[in-house]
Design a protein around this ligand. Structure first.
Ligand SMILES: [Zn+2]
Length: 322
C-alpha cells in the first residue's frame, strides 16, 4: 500500500485534513533541515570572524574561537528544537482536532471546552517530548549538548590536522568543510585530508539534522496519541510506512502489525513511534464512524447515563475546561 493510500484508508471521509497535515509535516521537515544548515553557517562565520579579530592569528586562537562558540551554538540549536517540538505536537493533533470539532458541532456540543482540552494536551505532549529519554537514557537537552560537543571535537581535529600549515589556509579549509562538507576539503586541501582520514564525517551537521528530524517526528506522534486519547472520535491510529523508506526494517513490521495485521492499533497500544532515528513513517488517526458518534453524542446530551463511554470522556477530558 502506498503512503497516500495508507493515509486515505485510515482517514476516510476526512482525507483532506489528513493530507493537509502530512504536507505540513513534510514541509516542516524540509524547513528544519534548512534551519539547521543555517545554524552551522552562522556558527562557522562567528568562529572565522573571531579568529580574524584575534591579535595572534594562530592555530591555538582558532581552537579557542571554536570552543567559545559551543554555548551560542547549543543555545541556537535548543531554540530550533523547541520550536520543532511545539510545531510537531500541534501538527500531530491537527487532524483529530479538526474531525472532532466537526463531529461535536454536528452533535450540538459546545466546542470551546474541547479546544481548551486540546491545547492542554498539546502542552503536555511538548512536555513529554522533552522529558522522554531515549534508548541510551539520554534526555533531549543532553542530546543537544552532545551535538555541540561533537561539533567542537571534529572542528578541533581538523585544526590540529593543520599543524604546520599556514593558519589562514587551515581556517579556510575549516570554513569550507562546515559549509560544504568533507569532499570540499579533500579537493582543496589534500594534505590536511590525508592526516584526518576517516575520522571526519562527511557532513558536520548530520547529528543535528538527525536529532531535529527525529524530534519533529516524535512530537508529531505525541500529538497524535495525546489528541486521540482526549476525543470520543478517534480510538485507532494506523502506522503508515513512508514511501521513501529505503529498506525493510521494524517499520514494515509495525505497518503490518496490530490485531488485524493492517498496522491499525488502539492509540493506547501503538508501538513506539518513531521506530528509529530519521524515520518519517506517519501515524494516521483513523476516526470512528462519525455518524454513529454524532448519534451517541446527541443521545448523551439528552441522557448522560445512556452513553457511558461519552460520559467518561466528558468527565475526564471536557468537564474541567467548561
Ligand atoms: Zn519508519
Amino acid at each position: 500500500m502506498s503512503e497516500l493510500d495508507g493515509i486515505k484508508s485510515a482517514s476516510g471521509d476526512y482525507y483532506k485534513w489528513a493530507l493537509e497535515a502530512r504536507k505540513k509535516y513534510l514541509l516542516m521537515l524540509q524547513q528544519t533541515d534548512e534551519t539547521i544548515a543555517e545554524l552551522y553557517i552562522a556558527s562557522i562565520n562567528r568562529i572565522i570572524q573571531e579568529f580574524k579579530r584575534g591579535k595572534n592569528k594562530n592555530l591555538k586562537y582558532l581552537l579557542e574561537a571554536i570552543a567559545k562558540d559551543v554555548d551560542k551554538f547549543n543555545e541556537d540549536l535548543a531554540k530550533v528544537i523547541k520550536s520543532v517540538v511545539e510545531d510537531g505536537a500541534e501538527n500531530g493533533m491537527y487532524f483529530t482536532k479538526q474531525v472532532s470539532t466537526d463531529v461535536l458541532k454536528k452533535a450540538g456540543v459546545d466546542i470551546v471546552p474541547f479546544i481548551k482540552s486540546m491545547e492542554f494536551n498539546r502542552k503536555r505532549a511538548v512536555q513529554i517530548s522533552f522529558a522522554r529519554s531515549h534508548k541510551d537514557g539520554l534526555k533531549l537537552s543532553e542530546r543537544i549538548w552532545n551535538v555541540g560537543q561533537h561539533n567542537k571535537k571534529i572542528m578541533s581535529d581538523i585544526v590540529r590536522a593543520g599543524t604546520g600549515e599556514d593558519v589562514v589556509t587551515v581556517a579556510r579549509s575549516l570554513e569550507s568543510y562546515v559549509k560544504k562538507g568533507k569532499t570540499s576539503i579533500s579537493a582543496n586541501y589534500p594534505n590536511m585530508m590525508k592526516r584526518m582520514g576517516s575520522r571526519i564525517p562527511a557532513n558536520l551537521d548530520y547529528n543535528a539534522l538527525r536529532l531535529a528530524r527525529t524530534e519533529l517526528t516524535a512530537a508529531y506522534g505525541e500529538g497524535v496519541l495525546a489528541s486521540a486519547k482526549a476525543t470520543p472520535v478517534v480510538k485507532y491510529v494506523k502506522w503508515v510506512i513512508s514511501s521513501s523508506h529505503p529498506r525493510k526494517d521494524i517499520c514494515d513490521t509495525n505497518a503490518t502489525g496490530g490485531p488485524n495485521g493492517n498496522g491499525i492499533y488502539e492509540a493506547m497500544s501503538c508501538p513506539i513511534y518513531p521506530a528509529h532515528p530519521n524515520c518519517i513513517c506517519t501515524l494516521q488517526p483513523a476516526p470512528e464512524n462519525t455518524t454513529v458518534v454524532v448519534d451517541k453524542l446527541k443521545a448523551w446530551l439528552k441522557n448522560p447515563q445512556s452513553q457511558p463511554e461519552i460520559e467518561e470522556w466528558y468527565q475526564t477530558h471536557y468537564k474541567m475546561f467548561e
